[in-house]
Design a protein around this ligand. Structure first.
Ligand SMILES: [Fe+2]
Ligand SMILES: [Fe+2]
Length: 302
């Protein structure tokens, strides 16, 4: 997918590790360190994913449990990888859209932040196959980054998604059992807070056109619906290791994962990010659609 979406660059390939360009890149990156010797697959444990409450997981063999955790860990790291990858292209686009010298300078610095984050995350992803398969969230992200409407870009990507990323990375850092990776996510927080703060400041200076508001609503409704359906990637990891699950088994697993609390918390964080006078009408319209209501386990299984 997404070759049509150039700016996010999700499918951009990596060059050979021995290529001369790699050496120049390493020398240009601040605090470059190669962590690839420390790879493991249980940076976040079963409790982090609520898997410790899931019967089929409890009853699985040690090998199966660790295979499931390997998949859920990997998908967290891959998600960060693709978000940072898209971030480099997005920030570079914002350099060109800047309306003051200072804004242009900020976005140039932010482009470098995301490039640094991308390189650091890549260190923790061995044998990286940078194909984002059909992840609906990444497809939506890549689509939004293409938008020509700066109001949409600022609100969706910097106010909401970077704000969300901030609390997501904070949790990843806090619960990570690997000190170097935990420290890495902690080190992202200051930069991400500046990205979010810049987006919020610029967005509050804009008066939102009706067409922008419609576009924002459309994208956020799609994004929130992906959060409403709970930890589908955890469910998919269980199914990949344990084999086909029936509809009722899936419902039971989602109940044990406490999906409604899981997505309810996330939806409230997202709602709280949409503050300020300009965002009020957007929140109200999303409220009317029930976009912040977590779905029951029955409704999360199609
Ligand atoms: Fe970042
Ligand atoms: Fe960022």
């Amino acid at each position: 997918m997404t070759n049509i979406y150039k700016i996010a660059g999700l499918d951009l390939p990596h060059i050979d590790p021995n290529d001369r360009l790699q050496r120049i890149l390493r020398s240009a990156l601040p605090n470059y360190s190669d962590s690839s010797s420390q790879q493991q697959s249980d940076y976040w444990n079963a409790k982090f994913f609520n898997l410790h409450q899931v019967k089929i997981f409890q009853q699985a063999s040690v090998a199966e449990q660790s295979a499931i955790l390997k998949l859920t860990n990997r998908s967290l790291l891959e998600e960060s990888y693709f978000i940072e990858k898209a971030g480099v292209g997005y920030m570079a686009k914002m350099v060109l859209l800047a309306e003051t010298v200072e804004e242009r300078m900020l976005y140039a610095l932010f482009t470098a932040d995301e490039a640094t984050h991308l390189s650091q995350i890549t260190n923790f992803l061995p044998e990286l196959e940078p194909t984002n398969s059909n992840d609906p969230f990444l497809s939506l992200l890549a689509e939004v980054v293409e938008s020509a409407d700066k109001t949409v870009l600022l609100f969706v990507l910097q106010v909401v998604l970077e704000g969300w990323g901030l609390s997501h990375y904070r949790r990843l850092a806090k619960e990570c059992r690997h000190p170097i990776l935990a420290e890495l996510f902690t080190s992202f927080l200051h930069a991400e807070a500046r990205h979010h703060g810049t987006g919020t400041t610029l967005f509050n200076q804009i008066s939102v056109a009706a067409s922008s508001q419609t576009a924002i609503l459309d994208v956020l409704a799609q994004f929130l619906s992906m959060v409403q359906v709970g930890p589908q990637n955890v469910l998919a990891a269980v199914e990949q290791v344990k084999g086909h699950l029936s509809r009722s088994q899936k419902i039971q697993i989602l109940e044990e994962l406490d999906t409604q609390t899981h997505s309810g918390t996330r939806l409230q964080i997202l709602r709280s990010l949409m503050r300020g006078a300009s965002a009020q009408a957007i929140v109200q319209a999303l409220d009317e659609r029930g976009a912040f209501e977590p779905l029951s386990p029955q409704k999360c299984v199609y």
